[in-house]
Design a protein. Structure first.
Length: 182
């Protein structure tokens, strides 16, 4: 089965207000693919439907795979509902139902940590490459189209999908089944 790890970075947790900044995808054993919201580089008054293109591009990329892997991104969490909500808002079709492996509930059900964020879990397995983003970079990226800030967010996004792929062998023994979910 063709499998891809993915992660989004956006400006808010609510689909009404959020704008997608960057998305990273990584097929197992393959390179990381980079998606950057190009409308961020337009003047503020020209940013209508400012993330429509990246949303459609990402949906079409994910649709090439049988299994999508995320961390806190599954159907009842963040990334997938955000993607689909924003697509529907623009009158676009959502991502068709896929087998979705969200590693967060795998960790929650099978391992005992005080906190279950990706930084804590990856460190437990010996990976210390979880990056942090300066909050000012979010503002500069979203409001000013600052290329350096967008690059910092992209590098964080890229590191997350690489970490997801590294964590998979450690967590797959706990996966009992994959469900096909929208």
């Amino acid at each position: 089965m063709k499998t891809v790890c993915w992660d989004i970075e956006c400006t808010d947790l609510d689909a009404h207000w959020a704008r997608i900044l960057t998305v990273a995808t990584k097929s197992l054993g393959g390179p990381v693919k980079k998606f950057i919201n190009q409308s961020l580089f337009k003047p503020i008054g020209k940013r209508r439907e400012c993330d429509r293109d990246i949303l459609v591009e990402v949906r079409d990329e994910l649709d090439k795979y049988d299994v999508v892997v995320s961390y806190f991104g599954g159907p009842w969490r963040f990334d997938l509902p955000m993607l689909n909500s924003r697509l529907i808002m623009y009158g676009e079709d959502p991502l068709p139902a896929k087998f979705h492996l969200d590693l967060y509930p795998v960790v929650k059900r099978n391992l005992r940590f005080k906190h279950r964020n990706l930084a804590i879990v990856s460190k437990f397995f010996g990976y210390d490459d979880k990056t942090q983003i300066n909050p000012n970079d979010w503002v500069r990226a979203a409001m000013d189209g600052d290329r350096k800030a967008i690059q910092e967010i992209w590098l964080h996004n890229k590191a997350d999908v690489i970490l997801l792929e590294k964590l998979m062998p450690h967590l797959m023994p706990f996966v009992k089944m994959l469900r096909r979910e929208a």
